[in-house]
Design a binder for this molecule. Sequence first.
Ligand code: UD1
Length: 349
Amino acid sequence: MASNKRKTVLVAGGAGYIGTHTTVELIEAGYDVVIADNLSNADLSAVQGVERIVGRSVPFVQVDCCDLDALRQEVFEKYPFDSVIHFAAYKAVGESVAEPLKYFRNNLDSLLSVLTLMKEFEVHNLVFSSSATVYGQPDELPATEQTPRQRANSPYGLTKQMSEDMIQDTVAAIPFMRAIALRYFNPIGAHPSAWIGELPKGVPNNLVPFITQTAAGVRKELAIFGDDYATPDGSCLRDYIDVVDLARAHVVAVDRMVELPAEDDRQRYEIFNIGTGRPVSVLELVDLFERVNGVPVPHRIAARRPGDVEKIWAATDKANEVLGWRAERELGDTLRAAWAWEKRVRGLE
Ligand code: UD1
Protein backbone atom coordinates (compact mmCIF):
# COMPACT_ATOMS: atom_id res chain seq x y z
CA MET A 1 0.00 0.00 0.00
CA ALA A 2 1.17 3.47 -0.80
CA SER A 3 -0.10 5.00 2.42
CA ASN A 4 1.21 4.00 5.84
CA LYS A 5 -2.20 4.56 7.33
CA ARG A 6 -3.97 1.26 7.92
CA LYS A 7 -7.12 0.99 5.90
CA THR A 8 -10.14 -0.96 7.00
CA VAL A 9 -12.01 -3.26 4.65
CA LEU A 10 -15.49 -4.67 5.28
CA VAL A 11 -15.67 -8.21 3.96
CA ALA A 12 -19.38 -8.94 3.57
CA GLY A 13 -19.80 -12.70 3.43
CA GLY A 14 -16.31 -13.03 4.83
CA ALA A 15 -16.85 -16.37 6.58
CA GLY A 16 -17.34 -18.19 3.28
CA TYR A 17 -14.91 -19.98 1.02
CA ILE A 18 -13.52 -17.06 -0.95
CA GLY A 19 -14.16 -14.53 1.83
CA THR A 20 -11.93 -16.32 4.32
CA HIS A 21 -9.05 -16.65 1.89
CA THR A 22 -9.40 -13.00 0.90
CA THR A 23 -9.44 -11.91 4.53
CA VAL A 24 -6.12 -13.70 5.12
CA GLU A 25 -4.49 -12.04 2.11
CA LEU A 26 -5.84 -8.59 3.06
CA ILE A 27 -4.48 -8.85 6.60
CA GLU A 28 -1.14 -10.13 5.35
CA ALA A 29 -1.02 -7.12 2.99
CA GLY A 30 -1.51 -4.74 5.94
CA TYR A 31 -5.25 -4.04 5.87
CA ASP A 32 -7.57 -4.24 8.84
CA VAL A 33 -10.63 -6.37 8.16
CA VAL A 34 -14.10 -6.61 9.64
CA ILE A 35 -16.08 -9.68 8.62
CA ALA A 36 -19.87 -9.52 8.37
CA ASP A 37 -21.64 -12.81 7.69
CA ASN A 38 -24.98 -14.37 8.64
CA LEU A 39 -23.38 -17.85 8.68
CA SER A 40 -26.16 -19.16 6.42
CA ASN A 41 -23.63 -21.12 4.40
CA ALA A 42 -20.54 -20.87 6.59
CA ASP A 43 -19.32 -21.75 10.02
CA LEU A 44 -17.63 -19.79 12.78
CA SER A 45 -14.78 -22.31 12.63
CA ALA A 46 -13.86 -20.74 9.26
CA VAL A 47 -13.24 -17.39 10.97
CA GLN A 48 -11.21 -19.21 13.61
CA GLY A 49 -9.16 -20.78 10.81
CA VAL A 50 -8.42 -17.29 9.48
CA GLU A 51 -7.39 -16.11 12.96
CA ARG A 52 -5.10 -19.06 13.34
CA ILE A 53 -3.33 -18.28 10.06
CA VAL A 54 -2.91 -14.54 10.67
CA GLY A 55 -2.15 -14.96 14.37
CA ARG A 56 -4.62 -12.44 15.70
CA SER A 57 -8.32 -11.97 16.23
CA VAL A 58 -10.46 -10.61 13.40
CA PRO A 59 -13.58 -8.57 14.19
CA PHE A 60 -16.62 -10.62 13.23
CA VAL A 61 -20.24 -9.47 13.18
CA GLN A 62 -22.98 -12.03 12.66
CA VAL A 63 -25.47 -10.09 10.60
CA ASP A 64 -27.60 -10.63 7.52
CA CYS A 65 -26.45 -8.14 4.90
CA CYS A 66 -30.03 -8.02 3.56
CA ASP A 67 -31.05 -6.39 6.86
CA LEU A 68 -30.27 -2.76 6.12
CA ASP A 69 -30.89 -1.46 9.64
CA ALA A 70 -28.89 -4.19 11.32
CA LEU A 71 -26.01 -3.72 8.89
CA ARG A 72 -26.09 0.03 9.54
CA GLN A 73 -26.18 -0.25 13.33
CA GLU A 74 -23.91 -3.20 13.89
CA VAL A 75 -21.35 -2.62 11.19
CA PHE A 76 -21.27 0.74 9.41
CA GLU A 77 -21.88 2.84 12.55
CA LYS A 78 -19.16 0.97 14.42
CA TYR A 79 -16.26 0.83 11.98
CA PRO A 80 -14.78 3.41 9.60
CA PHE A 81 -14.38 1.66 6.26
CA ASP A 82 -12.53 2.73 3.16
CA SER A 83 -13.53 -0.28 1.12
CA VAL A 84 -16.07 -3.07 0.97
CA ILE A 85 -15.72 -6.47 -0.66
CA HIS A 86 -19.08 -8.03 -1.32
CA PHE A 87 -19.25 -11.85 -1.21
CA ALA A 88 -22.58 -12.22 0.57
CA ALA A 89 -24.54 -14.23 -1.99
CA TYR A 90 -25.89 -17.69 -2.74
CA LYS A 91 -24.07 -19.56 -5.50
CA ALA A 92 -25.73 -22.89 -6.25
CA VAL A 93 -26.79 -22.80 -9.87
CA GLY A 94 -29.30 -25.69 -9.68
CA GLU A 95 -30.92 -24.41 -6.50
CA SER A 96 -31.35 -21.00 -8.12
CA VAL A 97 -33.37 -22.59 -10.93
CA ALA A 98 -35.67 -24.25 -8.38
CA GLU A 99 -35.89 -21.21 -6.10
CA PRO A 100 -35.30 -18.07 -8.16
CA LEU A 101 -37.00 -15.71 -5.72
CA LYS A 102 -34.70 -16.82 -2.92
CA TYR A 103 -31.74 -15.89 -5.14
CA PHE A 104 -33.16 -12.57 -6.29
CA ARG A 105 -34.07 -11.61 -2.71
CA ASN A 106 -30.77 -12.56 -1.12
CA ASN A 107 -28.23 -11.69 -3.77
CA LEU A 108 -29.77 -8.40 -4.84
CA ASP A 109 -30.97 -7.26 -1.41
CA SER A 110 -27.58 -7.76 0.23
CA LEU A 111 -25.90 -5.76 -2.54
CA LEU A 112 -28.53 -3.02 -2.26
CA SER A 113 -27.91 -2.71 1.48
CA VAL A 114 -24.18 -2.45 0.94
CA LEU A 115 -24.52 0.17 -1.79
CA THR A 116 -27.04 2.17 0.25
CA LEU A 117 -24.77 2.24 3.28
CA MET A 118 -21.67 2.99 1.23
CA LYS A 119 -23.49 6.06 -0.05
CA GLU A 120 -24.74 7.02 3.42
CA PHE A 121 -21.34 6.62 5.10
CA GLU A 122 -19.29 7.84 2.14
CA VAL A 123 -17.37 4.62 1.72
CA HIS A 124 -15.45 4.88 -1.52
CA ASN A 125 -14.39 1.52 -2.87
CA LEU A 126 -16.28 -1.66 -3.71
CA VAL A 127 -15.00 -4.98 -5.01
CA PHE A 128 -17.79 -7.21 -6.26
CA SER A 129 -17.55 -10.96 -6.70
CA SER A 130 -18.92 -11.60 -10.15
CA SER A 131 -18.61 -14.71 -12.24
CA ALA A 132 -17.74 -16.07 -15.65
CA THR A 133 -21.34 -17.24 -15.68
CA VAL A 134 -22.24 -13.78 -17.04
CA TYR A 135 -20.73 -14.84 -20.40
CA GLY A 136 -22.90 -17.94 -20.84
CA GLN A 137 -21.33 -19.96 -23.68
CA PRO A 138 -19.27 -17.33 -25.54
CA ASP A 139 -18.99 -17.59 -29.32
CA GLU A 140 -15.27 -16.88 -29.13
CA LEU A 141 -12.70 -18.10 -26.63
CA PRO A 142 -10.96 -17.10 -24.52
CA ALA A 143 -13.59 -14.80 -23.06
CA THR A 144 -12.40 -11.21 -22.75
CA GLU A 145 -14.06 -8.53 -20.65
CA GLN A 146 -15.52 -7.20 -23.92
CA THR A 147 -17.07 -10.54 -24.84
CA PRO A 148 -20.82 -9.83 -24.92
CA ARG A 149 -22.73 -11.18 -21.97
CA GLN A 150 -25.46 -13.59 -22.98
CA ARG A 151 -28.82 -14.17 -21.42
CA ALA A 152 -28.02 -15.83 -18.10
CA ASN A 153 -28.70 -19.56 -18.01
CA SER A 154 -29.77 -19.50 -14.37
CA PRO A 155 -31.33 -17.09 -11.86
CA TYR A 156 -27.97 -17.21 -10.06
CA GLY A 157 -26.25 -15.97 -13.22
CA LEU A 158 -28.92 -13.33 -13.67
CA THR A 159 -28.20 -11.98 -10.18
CA LYS A 160 -24.54 -11.58 -11.15
CA GLN A 161 -25.46 -9.71 -14.33
CA MET A 162 -28.00 -7.53 -12.52
CA SER A 163 -25.56 -6.83 -9.70
CA GLU A 164 -22.88 -5.69 -12.14
CA ASP A 165 -25.40 -3.34 -13.77
CA MET A 166 -26.66 -2.02 -10.43
CA ILE A 167 -23.11 -1.25 -9.37
CA GLN A 168 -22.25 0.44 -12.65
CA ASP A 169 -25.28 2.76 -12.45
CA THR A 170 -24.77 3.51 -8.75
CA VAL A 171 -21.13 4.41 -9.22
CA ALA A 172 -22.04 6.62 -12.17
CA ALA A 173 -24.39 8.60 -9.94
CA ILE A 174 -22.16 8.92 -6.85
CA PRO A 175 -18.93 10.79 -7.62
CA PHE A 176 -16.94 9.51 -4.63
CA MET A 177 -17.56 5.84 -5.42
CA ARG A 178 -15.42 3.40 -7.35
CA ALA A 179 -16.02 -0.27 -8.03
CA ILE A 180 -14.25 -3.25 -9.51
CA ALA A 181 -16.15 -6.37 -10.54
CA LEU A 182 -14.01 -9.49 -10.62
CA ARG A 183 -15.37 -12.20 -12.89
CA TYR A 184 -14.10 -15.41 -11.35
CA PHE A 185 -13.70 -18.49 -13.47
CA ASN A 186 -13.67 -21.73 -11.39
CA PRO A 187 -12.17 -21.14 -7.93
CA ILE A 188 -10.73 -24.28 -6.35
CA GLY A 189 -8.20 -25.38 -3.73
CA ALA A 190 -7.51 -24.29 -0.20
CA HIS A 191 -4.99 -22.34 1.86
CA PRO A 192 -1.65 -24.19 2.01
CA SER A 193 -1.93 -24.25 5.81
CA ALA A 194 -5.11 -26.37 5.45
CA TRP A 195 -6.74 -24.20 8.12
CA ILE A 196 -9.31 -22.84 5.68
CA GLY A 197 -10.89 -24.31 2.56
CA GLU A 198 -14.19 -25.08 0.90
CA LEU A 199 -16.73 -26.81 3.11
CA PRO A 200 -20.06 -27.06 1.30
CA LYS A 201 -23.11 -27.94 3.35
CA GLY A 202 -24.74 -31.15 2.09
CA VAL A 203 -23.87 -32.77 -1.24
CA PRO A 204 -21.36 -30.61 -3.13
CA ASN A 205 -22.49 -29.12 -6.44
CA ASN A 206 -19.01 -28.19 -7.55
CA LEU A 207 -16.44 -30.52 -9.00
CA VAL A 208 -13.45 -30.28 -6.66
CA PRO A 209 -15.30 -30.68 -3.34
CA PHE A 210 -17.04 -33.68 -4.91
CA ILE A 211 -13.66 -35.10 -5.93
CA THR A 212 -12.11 -34.62 -2.49
CA GLN A 213 -15.15 -36.06 -0.71
CA THR A 214 -15.09 -39.08 -3.04
CA ALA A 215 -11.38 -39.59 -2.41
CA ALA A 216 -12.11 -39.40 1.32
CA GLY A 217 -14.83 -42.03 1.02
CA VAL A 218 -17.65 -39.66 1.95
CA ARG A 219 -19.18 -40.10 -1.54
CA LYS A 220 -19.17 -43.40 -3.36
CA GLU A 221 -18.27 -42.16 -6.81
CA LEU A 222 -17.96 -39.05 -8.87
CA ALA A 223 -20.28 -38.63 -11.85
CA ILE A 224 -18.54 -37.01 -14.83
CA PHE A 225 -21.31 -34.96 -16.41
CA GLY A 226 -20.93 -35.77 -20.10
CA ASP A 227 -18.14 -37.17 -22.30
CA ASP A 228 -19.71 -36.27 -25.64
CA TYR A 229 -18.94 -32.56 -25.78
CA ALA A 230 -17.00 -31.10 -28.71
CA THR A 231 -13.77 -30.99 -26.69
CA PRO A 232 -10.55 -33.02 -26.99
CA ASP A 233 -11.62 -35.73 -24.51
CA GLY A 234 -15.37 -35.10 -24.63
CA SER A 235 -15.66 -33.62 -21.10
CA CYS A 236 -16.24 -29.91 -20.38
CA LEU A 237 -13.41 -27.40 -20.34
CA ARG A 238 -13.03 -24.89 -17.51
CA ASP A 239 -10.45 -22.46 -16.18
CA TYR A 240 -9.62 -23.53 -12.62
CA ILE A 241 -8.18 -20.72 -10.53
CA ASP A 242 -6.47 -21.30 -7.19
CA VAL A 243 -8.42 -19.66 -4.38
CA VAL A 244 -5.29 -18.03 -2.92
CA ASP A 245 -4.43 -16.49 -6.30
CA LEU A 246 -8.04 -15.34 -6.52
CA ALA A 247 -7.89 -13.89 -3.00
CA ARG A 248 -4.78 -11.91 -3.99
CA ALA A 249 -6.70 -10.42 -6.92
CA HIS A 250 -9.08 -8.82 -4.41
CA VAL A 251 -6.18 -7.27 -2.52
CA VAL A 252 -4.76 -5.86 -5.74
CA ALA A 253 -8.19 -4.51 -6.69
CA VAL A 254 -8.54 -2.75 -3.32
CA ASP A 255 -4.96 -1.43 -3.61
CA ARG A 256 -5.76 -0.01 -7.01
CA MET A 257 -8.80 1.91 -5.80
CA VAL A 258 -7.13 3.09 -2.59
CA GLU A 259 -4.14 4.36 -4.54
CA LEU A 260 -5.98 6.11 -7.39
CA PRO A 261 -6.13 9.82 -6.63
CA ALA A 262 -9.64 10.94 -5.66
CA GLU A 263 -9.84 13.39 -8.56
CA ASP A 264 -8.95 10.68 -11.08
CA ASP A 265 -12.35 9.52 -12.16
CA ARG A 266 -11.42 8.02 -15.49
CA GLN A 267 -11.88 4.48 -14.26
CA ARG A 268 -14.63 4.48 -11.69
CA TYR A 269 -16.11 1.12 -12.70
CA GLU A 270 -13.89 -1.64 -14.02
CA ILE A 271 -14.29 -5.32 -14.79
CA PHE A 272 -11.55 -7.96 -14.72
CA ASN A 273 -11.53 -11.63 -15.57
CA ILE A 274 -9.79 -13.66 -12.89
CA GLY A 275 -8.60 -16.99 -14.23
CA THR A 276 -5.47 -18.73 -15.44
CA GLY A 277 -6.18 -18.51 -19.17
CA ARG A 278 -5.72 -22.28 -19.43
CA PRO A 279 -8.56 -24.68 -20.29
CA VAL A 280 -8.57 -27.98 -18.39
CA SER A 281 -11.07 -30.79 -18.93
CA VAL A 282 -12.99 -32.51 -16.17
CA LEU A 283 -11.25 -35.81 -16.96
CA GLU A 284 -7.81 -34.14 -16.93
CA LEU A 285 -8.56 -32.60 -13.56
CA VAL A 286 -9.63 -35.91 -12.02
CA ASP A 287 -6.56 -37.63 -13.46
CA LEU A 288 -4.19 -34.95 -12.16
CA PHE A 289 -5.82 -35.07 -8.72
CA GLU A 290 -5.28 -38.84 -8.53
CA ARG A 291 -1.66 -38.56 -9.69
CA VAL A 292 -0.47 -35.72 -7.46
CA ASN A 293 -2.19 -37.10 -4.38
CA GLY A 294 -1.70 -40.80 -5.05
CA VAL A 295 -5.32 -41.49 -4.19
CA PRO A 296 -8.04 -43.00 -6.40
CA VAL A 297 -11.24 -41.11 -7.23
CA PRO A 298 -13.82 -43.70 -8.33
CA HIS A 299 -15.76 -42.17 -11.21
CA ARG A 300 -18.13 -43.00 -14.02
CA ILE A 301 -19.42 -41.16 -17.04
CA ALA A 302 -22.94 -39.81 -16.54
CA ALA A 303 -25.39 -37.72 -18.54
CA ARG A 304 -24.72 -34.07 -19.22
CA ARG A 305 -25.83 -31.73 -16.44
CA PRO A 306 -28.54 -29.34 -17.66
CA GLY A 307 -27.31 -25.76 -17.92
CA ASP A 308 -23.58 -26.59 -18.17
CA VAL A 309 -21.64 -24.70 -20.80
CA GLU A 310 -19.35 -26.83 -22.96
CA LYS A 311 -16.20 -24.78 -22.59
CA ILE A 312 -15.03 -21.51 -21.17
CA TRP A 313 -11.73 -20.01 -20.18
CA ALA A 314 -10.43 -16.53 -19.52
CA ALA A 315 -8.41 -13.98 -21.39
CA THR A 316 -6.36 -12.62 -18.51
CA ASP A 317 -4.45 -9.86 -20.33
CA LYS A 318 -6.41 -7.04 -18.71
CA ALA A 319 -5.85 -8.32 -15.16
CA ASN A 320 -2.17 -8.97 -16.00
CA GLU A 321 -1.55 -5.56 -17.49
CA VAL A 322 -3.82 -3.21 -15.54
CA LEU A 323 -3.85 -4.88 -12.12
CA GLY A 324 -0.40 -6.42 -12.43
CA TRP A 325 -1.98 -9.67 -11.22
CA ARG A 326 -1.53 -13.14 -12.58
CA ALA A 327 -2.30 -16.67 -11.43
CA GLU A 328 0.85 -18.16 -9.92
CA ARG A 329 0.08 -21.50 -8.37
CA GLU A 330 0.46 -24.74 -10.30
CA LEU A 331 -2.72 -26.75 -10.72
CA GLY A 332 -1.08 -29.81 -9.15
CA ASP A 333 -0.24 -27.81 -6.02
CA THR A 334 -3.77 -26.48 -5.90
CA LEU A 335 -5.16 -30.02 -5.99
CA ARG A 336 -2.70 -31.08 -3.28
CA ALA A 337 -3.96 -28.25 -1.09
CA ALA A 338 -7.58 -29.24 -1.75
CA TRP A 339 -6.83 -32.79 -0.63
CA ALA A 340 -4.84 -31.68 2.44
CA TRP A 341 -7.81 -29.58 3.52
CA GLU A 342 -10.33 -32.40 3.01
CA LYS A 343 -8.12 -34.79 4.98
CA ARG A 344 -7.87 -32.34 7.86
CA VAL A 345 -11.63 -31.77 7.90
CA ARG A 346 -12.27 -35.54 7.93
CA GLY A 347 -9.53 -36.27 10.44
CA LEU A 348 -7.69 -38.54 7.96
CA GLU A 349 -3.96 -39.26 8.50
C1 UD1 B 1 -20.83 -22.95 -11.86
C2 UD1 B 1 -21.19 -21.64 -12.48
C3 UD1 B 1 -20.31 -20.57 -11.91
C4 UD1 B 1 -20.46 -20.52 -10.43
C5 UD1 B 1 -20.08 -21.83 -9.85
C6 UD1 B 1 -20.31 -21.76 -8.37
C7 UD1 B 1 -22.05 -21.61 -14.75
C8 UD1 B 1 -21.73 -21.81 -16.18
N1 UD1 B 1 -21.03 -21.75 -13.91
O1 UD1 B 1 -19.56 -23.29 -12.39
O2 UD1 B 1 -20.66 -19.34 -12.42
O3 UD1 B 1 -19.68 -19.49 -9.89
O4 UD1 B 1 -20.87 -22.86 -10.46
O5 UD1 B 1 -21.14 -22.70 -7.86
O6 UD1 B 1 -23.15 -21.32 -14.38
N2 UD1 B 1 -18.81 -31.67 -12.87
C9 UD1 B 1 -18.88 -33.06 -12.96
N3 UD1 B 1 -19.32 -33.76 -11.87
C10 UD1 B 1 -19.68 -33.14 -10.69
C11 UD1 B 1 -19.59 -31.73 -10.62
C12 UD1 B 1 -19.16 -31.02 -11.73
O7 UD1 B 1 -18.58 -33.64 -14.00
O8 UD1 B 1 -20.08 -33.84 -9.74
C13 UD1 B 1 -18.32 -30.92 -14.04
C14 UD1 B 1 -19.32 -29.93 -14.60
O9 UD1 B 1 -20.12 -30.53 -15.58
C15 UD1 B 1 -18.40 -28.86 -15.18
C16 UD1 B 1 -17.17 -28.90 -14.27
O10 UD1 B 1 -17.23 -30.14 -13.60
O11 UD1 B 1 -18.02 -29.21 -16.46
C17 UD1 B 1 -17.15 -27.79 -13.24
O12 UD1 B 1 -18.39 -27.79 -12.55
P1 UD1 B 1 -18.64 -26.88 -11.26
O13 UD1 B 1 -17.53 -27.04 -10.30
O14 UD1 B 1 -20.02 -27.16 -10.76
O15 UD1 B 1 -18.54 -25.40 -11.80
P2 UD1 B 1 -19.30 -24.70 -13.04
O16 UD1 B 1 -20.57 -25.36 -13.35
O17 UD1 B 1 -18.30 -24.53 -14.12
